[in-house]
Design a protein around this ligand. Structure first.
Ligand code: FE2
Ligand code: FE2
Length: 191
């Protein structure tokens, strides 16, 4: 089967659009975090945003490699919500979960059935990354809900991302004892 006549080309185009939007939405979230002083959390979200942009590129390249297309038409819905950090984390969790466990595994199966092994493998690999994103967003939302982003259950080494100061504590400092950077610059205790 040629890619241009397949269901897989539509799935690639839809996935490209979804990933491109996720990348942009996470940039909005990173800015929101930064504006509220959560600098290391913002940095983490920026890395995830970049991951999504790369996923978009992987899907885009599969289409281009097969000869490209002037226009691929499809119908899809996309979310337009998220005014707070918590809202945006919740939306990210919902989307990452769908991609990791429903959408991409299904698209991988269809690609396999249509004979596009390499494309199927990309969907599977990206699904695994989305599962990692899901875990990160779950962790972050939980920290925000419990106000525990800079609290640990046992003595833990916090690092100031600005000056490198370290100290083993239960709660990170309000301002870094060495350089005065705010708590938002402390390293995240990501699992
Ligand atoms: Fe992605
Ligand atoms: Fe993701």
């Amino acid at each position: 089967m040629e890619l241009k006549n397949s269901e897989t080309i539509i799935n690639l185009a839809r996935s490209f659009a979804g990933e491109a939007q996720a990348g942009l939405r996470y940039q909005f979230l990173a800015t929101l975090l930064e504006n509220q002083g959560y600098f290391t959390a913002s940095k983490k979200v920026k890395v995830i945003a970049k991951n999504e942009t790369k996923h978009a590129k992987v899907f885009f390249d599969h289409i281009v490699k097969a000869g490209g297309s002037e226009n691929i038409e499809f119908t899809a819905g996309f979310p337009y919500t998220g005014s707070t950090i918590e809202d945006m984390f919740s939306l990210a969790i919902k989307n990452e979960k769908e991609e990791a466990f429903n959408i991409y595994p299904e698209f991988a199966k269809i690609a396999e059935r249509e004979g596009f092994k390499e494309i199927s493998a990309s969907f599977k690999k990206i699904a695994k990354v989305e599962e990692n994103h899901l875990n990160s967003f779950n962790y972050l939302l939980n920290c925000f809900n419990e106000d525990s982003l800079y609290k640990a259950s046992k003595p833990t080494t916090f690092i100031c991302s600005e000056c490198g100061y370290t100290e083993t504590l239960l709660n990170a400092w309000d301002v870094c004892p060495l350089c005065g950077a705010t708590q938002g610059y402390c390293n995240l205790l990501l699992p």
